[in-house]
Structures are given as structure tokens and as C-alpha cells.
Design a protein around this ligand. Sequence first.
Ligand code: FE2
Length: 272
Amino acid sequence: MEHFKSPFVASDFSTPEALQNQRFFDEELARARTHAFFTHPFLASPGKLVVSRETTAIVLTSFYKIVAPFTGLLCSLGGRSPDLRTRFALMDNLYEEMGCGDLGSAHPSLYLRMLASIGVSEAAAEAAPTLPAIRRINEHLEEVVKTEPFAVACAVLASAEATIPSSFPVLAALAKSAFPGVDSTFFDRHGPRDEGHSEDAAVLFALSAKGSMFPRVTEHVQRDLALRVELFDEWLWAMTSVAQPRTAPSQRPSHLPPRSARPTTAHPSVPV
Ligand SMILES: [Fe+2]
């Protein structure tokens, strides 16, 4: 925990259940790190692709739709905490997201400041269409937070936070390359800090999970990563399709990277 004093003591982690949960989740995160997300070509794109300012602005604007609702999801998750200590620990992450008490430094505010510095107004960011992959990521997270046990949602949060150190530097590099004067405060607030958020969420999982929840954790962690791969596909497609009309999937130009495999279990309410 970065801002708050940890409400936990060493003996909390030494119960047989906490140890079993911790072992499972260490393996789960190790498995997650072998997911196609972490070797997706999008992550290697800085320096390999010259991306126009217009396309870069589109990519960065689209991501606002993930940044904007995240504090709300954390608040919902906090409301489902089984006790005061777990809620308190989760609030450390939320406090960081909320700019440590300064609204202008709340992460959505910092993201809008970054967009403003590349010429995208708040109104334009709000009005921009939500990419299908982003809609699915958000719907899935909302489903997990609202319908799964608190511990399962903490596991997905830990996994999602663990993707940030790999992906945000790529967005920052794209932004810097196309817009050298970009306000990068948002990106500066991310990276190693999110590894801490991931570890904190993993602790909450270890202290509140039951063995019967393990299969649900695997299912949701893998689905979240698969949806993030879809988003990388969308972005990479946009970045490599400059000056070409967007075509239907069946007409996908042969020089473009193949689309990554889609998740096997579709969200029941989302058409695929
Ligand atoms: Fe974070």
C-alpha cells in the first residue's frame, strides 16, 4: 500500500486458506504472463511504426473510455468488501486514482489534460464512439464487480493492474512520438505503482477467497486478457491502415497482422 497504513498483520497471511489462495494466485498470474497479450505486436510498435498524429489522437482518445469509468468500478468494488479492513486497503488504490485528494490530479482529469495537450477537448473525448473491444472490456469488468464474489473481482483487478506496466509505456511512447509536447503526467503516475496495486489486490484475494472460486478466477482473468488483445488488434489495425478505407473483417488486407484469437466464451449479452 502506498498511501494508507496497511490494516493487515503477518498472522493474517499464515492461515492455511490464505496460503492456499496465495499459492493459487501466484500460479494464476504466472499463467497470465504467458498470455498472448504480453507478446502482442502492438507492444513492440513504438519505433517500428510511424503513426500519424491523427491516428495517434484517435487511439489515445479511445482509451479515455477505459480510464473514465475505472474509479466508478473501484467504488462499486469497495462497496462489496466483506469488511472494513479489505475496504480500507482497496481505498488506497482509489485514493491514488482520485489524485490523492486533488480533483485536478484524479486520473481521468490527468488523462483529459493529456488529451487537451494534443488538441482533443473534453467534449470531443466524451463524444467519441466507444470501440467495441473497450465496450466489452468495461462490460466484463462491470459484470465481474457486480455479480462475482469480492475475491474473484479482486483477482481480475490484480490481473488488469498487472497489464499496465507493459501497455501504458507504449501509449506514452506513441503520444510522445506524434506530439513531442504532450502532457505526460498521466503516464508518469503509472508503471511500478500499478505493480503495487496488483500486489495489493492479490493480497485482498488471498485474504478473502475460497478454493471453490478458483475456476471463476481463471475464466475471468483469461477473458479480460483476451478482450485486451482484441483492443490491441483494433489499435494495431488502425495504426497500419493509414490512408486506407476501413474494410470488413472478411476483406481484411493481406499485409495487415492477423486478428488474434477471440475468447471462447462470449459474454451472454454481447453479440460477437
Ligand atoms: Fe493502478
